[in-house]
Design a protein around this ligand. Structure first.
Ligand SMILES: C[S@@+](CC[C@H](N)C(=O)[O-])C[C@H]1O[C@@H](n2cnc3c(N)ncnc32)[C@H](O)[C@@H]1O
Length: 274
């Protein structure tokens, strides 16, 4: 369905403002195809449907946003960075019994499950240590896929991974073994919305990788404020290795590990000294 300029800009404005997606014009066609498809499946008229989209944050708007976001991801993505994360988590587990990890913009679950696999492989998940990884994404379909944990070849780029160790092959698909699912759960949520983070306080490590590259500057600022409020005093934030936030915020400072920037809350050392 072709949107007229006014309709297009109204919907685009909502998507940019409420979800932070940097909406380039080539996404217009994707949005129009999505609306066409929804008109068929809901039986609504174009006028009715557009008034729902413009009405506020609702299910249809979230589905529309999801239709234009980039969801590319794969298991063991940016492995050198993940190795650093696992070392840091191992260090943290020595002095605490509980670790809480968030994977923001988790797409189909490849990132949080990779973390679970790596933590299991390190052999640091002893009884009595409570470790949880929560994946959050705006896209309901991505969250459904993550909960099912069944993947095609597209989710694997690294040919050296011993897939049969972590997955059971079913026809052309790979089902993640139950053991790696146990410490992982998933929610739908918008990282620009403070409510998404309300139940997550004192989080030890946040991954928000390959999400900011698709967001506006203003949205990144809001997301960083939300992450800051959720992280523990000495928590860590990982962004994608091409997504430096150093010049974007004074809430976080980089700490370098093997050449990679890992972010800490600005005042964590000062508070430690008090
Ligand atoms: C390119 S994927 C990154 C996946 C994974 N983090 C990685 O690095 O491989 C970006 C994900 O962010 C999600 N996303 C985009 N905007 C979001 C928002 N405002 N709140 C929550 N998730 C969002 C998209 O739906 C998509 O699944």
């Amino acid at each position: 369905m072709k949107l007229d300029e006014k309709e297009f800009f109204l919907i685009k404005d909502r998507i940019v403002r409420d979800f932070g997606i940097a909406f380039r014009d080539e996404k217009r066609e994707l949005l129009e195809e999505f609306i066409e498809e929804r008109l068929k499946s809901t039986g609504m008229s174009a006028e009715e449907y557009l008034s729902v989209l413009k009405d506020g944050i609702n299910r249809e708007l979230i589905l529309a946003v999801s239709s234009i976001t980039n969801k590319e991801t794969f298991f063991f993505r940016e492995m050198p960075q993940l190795k650093i994360a696992i070392q840091l988590l191992q260090g943290m587990l020595k002095s605490r019994h509980r670790l809480r990890i968030l994977s923001l913009g988790c797409s189909g679950g490849e990132e949080p499950y990779t973390l679970s696999i790596l933590l299991h492989e390190r052999g640091i998940l002893f009884p009595g240590k409570e470790v949880s990884i929560t994946g959050i994404d705006i896209d309901p379909k991505a969250i459904k896929k993550a909960k099912e944990a069944v993947y095609s070849e597209n989710s694997f780029r690294n040919k050296e991974i011993p897939l049969s160790r972590y997955f059971v092959k079913e026809d052309r698909f790979y089902r993640l073994k139950e053991i790696y699912k146990r410490i992982v759960d998933f929610r739908e949520g918008n990282i620009l919305d403070r409510k998404t983070f309300l139940e997550f306080i004192n989080v030890d490590m946040v991954f928000c990788r390959n999400v900011f590259i698709y967001m506006t500057d203003e949205a990144i600022k809001i997301a960083l404020e939300n992450i800051y409020a959720s992280l523990s005093r000495d928590g860590y934030l990982f962004t994608g290795s091409a997504e430096s936030i150093t010049n974007r915020t004074d809430l976080f400072i980089p700490e370098y590990h093997e050449g990679f920037a890992v972010y800490r809350k600005t005042d964590y050392r000062r508070k430690e000294a008090l």
